[in-house]
Design a protein around this ligand. Sequence first.
Ligand SMILES: *Cc1c(COP(=O)(O)O)cnc(C)c1O
Length: 395
Amino acid sequence: MPAKTISPKTNHWRFETKAIHEGQNPDPATGAVIVPIYQTSTYVQEELGKHKGYEYSRTGNPTRKALEDSLAALENGTFGLAFSSGMAAASTVMNLFSQGDHLIVTDDVYGGTFRLFERVLKKYGLSFTFTDTREIQNTEKALQKNTKGIWIETPTNPLLKLVDLKKTAEFAKKNHLISICDNTFATPYFQNPLDFDLDLVVHSTTKYLGGHSDVVGGGVVTNRNDLYETIKFHQNAVGGIPGPFDSWLVLRGIKTLAVRMVQHEKNALKIAKMLENHPSVLKVNYPGLHSHPQHQLAEQQMRGFGGMISFEIKGGLESARNLLNHTKLFSLAESLGGVESLIEHPATMTHASLPQAAREKLGISDGLIRVSVGIENIEDLTTELENALNQSRRK
Ligand SMILES: *Cc1c(COP(=O)(O)O)cnc(C)c1O
């Protein structure tokens, strides 16, 4: 007897239910409740051209397909595609563009995205204008005759600046641009760019979706059939696919995304408030704070504010170094979005590849610290951070 299947795109399900069930029917061969790791490269054909939908695992794999359907459902999209990393996802999306095309890009995009555009894709004849997309006037000013796309990130890394999704989508439609949003920081639990009519959502599933700092992956979701077909063609042609085990790990992470994000946010808000009142702190960047200049926009387009905070410590590099030497629970490490809290120094770590002048222009000072707030006990987290801040001051 074939296992009872759950129909795809069951729109009536709410987020938590979709995260656990969408795309993840019991295995038709065995009834396994969890999608198996189909660790195979190829599939038998009963006779020439007759197969069960899979021929070769670069083109398609059932574990990856489950992840792709899950990603689509979480972003309220029709089509999902999974990749071996966030950068593989970004790079494959960029195959939509051709020599001579120009794109407008958020000026403090993820460093790897900046590097891909500036150091790799420029060689192939693409050009980019990096601008402060917080103000739509800046975006409009960057428009050229050959502009074909707009790539935004909101909230940004590490300064937690926001881009207006609705205005960006309207601008893109009016000018016939493909609009792309990197939604890694917010996650589909807190923000769905496709609902605002953007064309494509890109994710590094390495972060919150995987959620346990044990896998590298990426994803793309869209409602547009034409874009899906072209990106899927390039997914197969270029080959940046995730393996079955990595796909399975991300799927497993997604099941608890909702409960994790609730806790990440709760903890982040408490820490942001503690930092805001601490005498060693000059400024806190967190969209959930009333002091955030775009707090109102965050309330309009997000359902929550996420788990990422950055703040500026008094005393610049020296104080920053002292602080980072006094945290244990907050591990000193790059990356983000796992259950464990991480702390880092953008100027010398994640954003070191940016020239100092560019860092200063964006507001990434030597005293800036970025925190990925985990889901440990909040008292343990605040106590440690407060002690570390006091130590850094005493030095
Ligand atoms: C990490 C990250 C990426 C790149 O993803 P990888 O999985 O590391 O390749 C892209 N965008 C954002 C916002 C990220 O945080």
